[in-house]
Design a protein around this ligand. Sequence first.
Ligand code: RIB
Length: 332
Amino acid sequence: MTASIRDVARRAQVSVGTVSNVLNTPEKVSPETRERVQSVIAQLGYVRNDAARKLRNGQSHTIGLIVLNGTNPFFTEIAQGAQNRALESGYTVLVGTSNENVKRENTLLSLFAEQQVAGILVSPTGDDLSPLCHLKDGKTPVVLVDRGAANCAFSAVACDDIYGGEVAAEHLLGTGKRKIAFVGGPITSSQISDRWQGAAKAVLKVPDATLRMIETTALTVTEGKRIGQEIAKLPVEKRPDAVFAANDLVALGMLQSLVFAKDIRIPEDIAVIGYDDISYAEFAIVPLTTMRQPAEKIGATSVELLLNAIERPRDKTRQITLKPELVVRAST
Ligand code: RIB
């Protein structure tokens, strides 16, 4: 039988209200009483019941976070930043992975709503945000993560991926590359289409430069490796002289295939640039040049916006756009 807040109050010889203050507003309690109550909490193994608190004062201290892909370190870093900031305000984060599947994303949204979480952070899979609008109408605050909110209906935090794509392509062009392949997909994902759009803007400015799209089914190491093998099989004159991979996982797979192709030198024959700067990028078989996204900052900022929406629901939404940064390494 788990100890209740009344058991703690009785053992510590204080009121239930004092125990609640020690948990929620410890600064209001004298150090001597606070230490006595905290040691009784530890002795009895008392754990606060968030669901009961939600029923009593209508406020859960749990935030739901839905990321596109749980195996992509970019989203692990987002979750890390979100959790760090949430803990500062006494909240925790429950993470769900949509695996870029709309049905699974909607199931997670429903489950979080049933849990009556305080709010939801989501990196949406598709462009249909209507399920999120219903949530918002039902008074569950929602903030978009790693995605802009076109119609300002939601607060959002994302990087300017058009700018990022343009800087990535300009870097390749600046090293003398002229036949660039953009490798990534599905192109319906706004992050990917924005990066492509940015690269196209840069290539348009250089008369003898070309840009071709090699669409993948997903942004994974496996897909990058597959496309790298296809490129290595091409006759030399048909190969690109540079690859802009839509994210680092694709770039890492690409490097695996190209490095083991006997007649390809990186970057002399084919340069490779990625996107995100996940922790493995600098340790890749050829240290990877990439566009660094401030993933932890994106996570922390999205929590800031969500806490604001929770505490001041009538405030206007805010769309925050951060800039990715070019990190040059041996692969270009
Ligand atoms: O989810 C796919 C990609 O979009 C991630 O690698 C990251 O770049 C995000 O912005």
